[in-house]
Design a binder for this molecule. Sequence first.
Ligand SMILES: Cc1cc2nc3c(=O)[nH]c(=O)nc-3n(C[C@H](O)[C@H](O)[C@H](O)COP(=O)(O)OP(=O)(O)OC[C@H]3O[C@@H](n4cnc5c(N)ncnc54)[C@H](O)[C@@H]3O)c2cc1C
Length: 480
Amino acid sequence: MNFHFGDSNSQINAEVCVIGGGPAGATIARQLALLGHSVYLIEKTDNSQNKVGESLPPNILVLLDALGLQKRIEEASFLRPDKTIVRWSDKSDFTKHSNGQRGFLVNRGRFDQILLEAAKEAGVKVIQPAQAMRPVFDDTQCWNIPVKYSSGLLKIKAKYLVEAVGKRSFFGWKKERFSAPTVALYAYWQNPNVEKYATLIEAGREEWFWGAHLPDGNFSAMVFIDPKRKRSNRNLESFYRSLLAESSLLRGCLEGTITSKVKGCDASSYIDTEPVNKHSIKVGETCFSIDPLSSQGVQAAMNSGLQGSFVVHTLLTRPENSADAIEFYQNRQKETVARHHKFAAQFYSEAYFHDTESFWRKRVNSESSLLPAIPQKVSDLSDNMRLRLSDSATLIDVPCIAGDIIVKRRGLIHPSFERPVAYVNNAEIASLLNIIPQGGTSAEIKQAWMPYISPLESAGIIDWLYTTGVLVDSLSDRVK
Ligand SMILES: Cc1cc2nc3c(=O)[nH]c(=O)nc-3n(C[C@H](O)[C@H](O)[C@H](O)COP(=O)(O)OP(=O)(O)OC[C@H]3O[C@@H](n4cnc5c(N)ncnc54)[C@H](O)[C@@H]3O)c2cc1C
């Protein structure tokens, strides 16, 4: 859609204004438009430049499918890497081959623009390239957002504000760091002498390396270090080259030609402690940043955009549920951060130098687990075993998505769950648990659940409840 703003002091009225058109901003804007809201999105760049976040692992396909975007991304001719070479825990390689589904190696400028085009098609009015200035909340309970664009300045007046500006925020950062400070140094190369068709990951003595070929023919090579080392090396390019020379997988870059400036960026993990209120929400990296080790930042950003869309929709259309919507978003944010935190801690603790070098020790320590280890047993459930609810299983009220609104539902909590569970296979778990015949066999439980779910689904749920310890053998000792 093309815009004609008239004179340079035009004012636009919108229900929602999204600032930032990266993966998080484009996702929330599109979802809100699909839910019937009038949405404007301001994006500073024209996406002709590349940016970090180029590796998208196979599990992003589930999210893309849920958003109805999988086909577009698959048809965009991005690379579909088949293997990852990891030189990490000892000097021999661990080669992971994709098991059926492959992820993507993308040029992020192009990837982001595809998401923005999809948002436009859903009805979002995208103003790009244009830079939003600091928004002001006025007496009429609306946001006034000055926007600089090629022909001058315009003002957007919006009821609700979405901040999706990446690692920055317009309002006093409530940032809490939860990893050792890290910076990434990176540049692009042509004709490097490195393994083709693979993503390369390597642990060094006081750094780790990541590299991959991109669809535009460039090779992206990154080094993750303690920021103190960057500060003490004034010539960034020669420092970066000296680091690459230490890498057995990436040193072949130095036989090719560097095609960009060497850049540095913050790669530390943090969480914003005030991610949402009744008038504004932060999504993507404005809300939290996870360790790049998992290559899941883009996915996590899009997911927070999706979850945020239900929150904003609830705040705008069902204000009486505001507290539930806010609690829902805070819970999801903390869980996402904790899950990635745990993954990174585990991976850092497996690195070759993890117990001798401070770079690794700091990361293993600071990444101490926020989530309990979840013991899962192999199912030995037999047909005649009599089952009862474990004493550690409790039902509480939890905010969750029902349709497209956040509501409170009874959810099950148990030490083996990362978070309360309200639904299984579209059935409310509380309703199912409330009618379990205590001391019943699995056949009797299936019978009781017959009006609600099929016997096949019942069998799966009973097995899951048993292996997670929610259902226990009724003859087992009760926990004191
Ligand atoms: C070194 C490094 C490597 C990484 N590698 C990976 C990886 O391999 N895979 C992966 O999934 N993730 C990776 N990540 C994480 C990934 O880059 C981020 O998670 C992702 O980009 C976050 O998306 P976002 O939409 O929140 O923010 P961004 O992608 O930063 O988008 C924010 C947008 O807001 C716009 N903007 C900012 N200010 C304004 C303004 N005032 N007005 C208008 N527009 C504005 C910007 O132009 C930008 O387009 C990596 C991160 C780092 C630091």
